[in-house]
Design a protein around this ligand. Structure first.
Ligand SMILES: CC(C)(COP(=O)(O)OP(=O)(O)OC[C@H]1O[C@@H](n2cnc3c(N)ncnc32)[C@H](O)[C@@H]1OP(=O)(O)O)[C@@H](O)C(=O)NCCC(=O)NCCS
Length: 210
C-alpha cells in the first residue's frame, strides 16, 4: 500500500507532517527522554548522535510502500513547533498496521496525543483504506491505554511480552503490552453512530502534492 508522500494532516490544534532535517535536535531530545521511552522498553532513553539521526532522516520516504517500510511523521502545533513523533507502522501480510504516538512530556495531558491518533486513524481508514489498525501500549501505560480506547481500539484480552533483540539488550528491557485492535468496519460503524465524536471532530486534509 503506497502512502502518497508527503502526507500533511491538520486537526483543530495540531498538524502531522513528514520528518525534516530541521527536526533532528527535537527527535534526539524525544528519544533520549527516559519518561517517554520507558514506556517502550528503554528506561534510560536512547542516545543517538546527530549524524546517526541525520542519516535516518535522509533515508526516509524513498519508498513509501507500507508493505516494506513504516511511515514516520512529526506532530507539531499550527505554528510548526515540534510536539512529538508518530508512526504508521509497516503493514503485516494480513493488512494490519500498528500506530504509535510519542510526545515530549511537557505536552502530555492536553489531548494532543488523542488528536494525533484520531488524525492517523481517520487518514489510515479513509484515505489509505487499511483493513485494520492496532496499538500495543505497555500494560502499565494507563495514559496510552486511555488514549487508544478513546479512539475505539479494543483489547484482545491477551498480554504479550516484548523482548528486546540481542543487539539492544544493553539499553532495552522486556515489558508486557496489551494488543488493541480497530478493524475498519468497527471504525465505520462508530463513525455512523453517536460514538463517533472522537472521529468526526477531526478533519484530515487530503495529502498535498510534492
Ligand atoms: C501516550 C501519549 C502519546 C498520550 O498523549 P497525551 O497528549 O498525554 O494524551 P491525552 O492528553 O490525549 O490523554 C489521553 C488520556 O489519558 C488520560 N490521562 C492523563 N494522565 C493520565 C494518567 N496519569 N493516568 C491515566 N490516564 C491519564 C487523559 O485523561 C486522557 O483520557 P480521557 O481522554 O479519557 O480523559 C503521551 O503520554 C506520550 O507520548 N507518552 C510516552 C510515549 C508513549 O507511551 N507512547 C504510546 C505508545 S503506544
Amino acid at each position: 500500500m503506497i502512502v502518497p508522500h508527503p502526507v500533511v494532516l491538520r486537526g483543530p490544534r495540531i498538524q502531522l507532517r513528514p520528518v525534516q532535517r530541521t527536526d533532528i535536535a527535537q527527535l534526539r531530545k524525544l528519544w533520549a527522554n527516559r519518561h517517554v521511552m520507558s514506556h517502550l522498553g528503554y528506561p534510560k532513553g536512547i542516545r543517538l548522535s546527530k549524524e546517526k539521526v541525520a542519516a535516518w532522516v535522509s533515508g526516509l520516504y524513498r519508498d513509501c510502500d507500507l508493505a516494506v517500510n513504516p511511515y514516520p511523521i512529526v506532530v507539531t502545533d499550527h505554528g510548526d513547533h515540534f510536539l512529538g513523533e508518530a508512526c504508521i507502522g509497516q503493514m503485516s501480510r494480513e493488512g494490519v498496521s500498528t500506530l504509535e504516538v510519542k510526545l515530549l512530556p511537557e505536552h502530555w495531558g492536553k489531548g494532543y496525543g488523542r488528536e494525533a491518533l484520531a488524525l492517523l486513524v481517520h487518514y489510515c481508514f479513509t484515505h489509505l483504506r487499511i483493513p485494520a489498525l492496532q496499538a500495543t501500549p505497555a500494560v502499565t501505560n494507563l495514559r496510552a491505554i486511555r488514549m487508544v480506547e478513546a479512539l475505539g481500539f479494543e483489547p484482545s484480552g491477551e498480554t504479550y511480552d516484548w523482548v528486546p533483540p540481542r543487539a539492544l539488550r544493553k539499553t532495552a528491557v522486556p515489558y508486557q503490552y496489551t494488543l488493541f485492535t480497530l478493524p475498519r468496519a468497527r471504525y465505520a460503524e462508530r463513525s455512523a453512530t453517536s460514538q463517533s465524536r472522537p472521529f468526526s471532530a477531526i478533519q484530515a486534509t487530503a495529502p498535498t502534492a510534492p
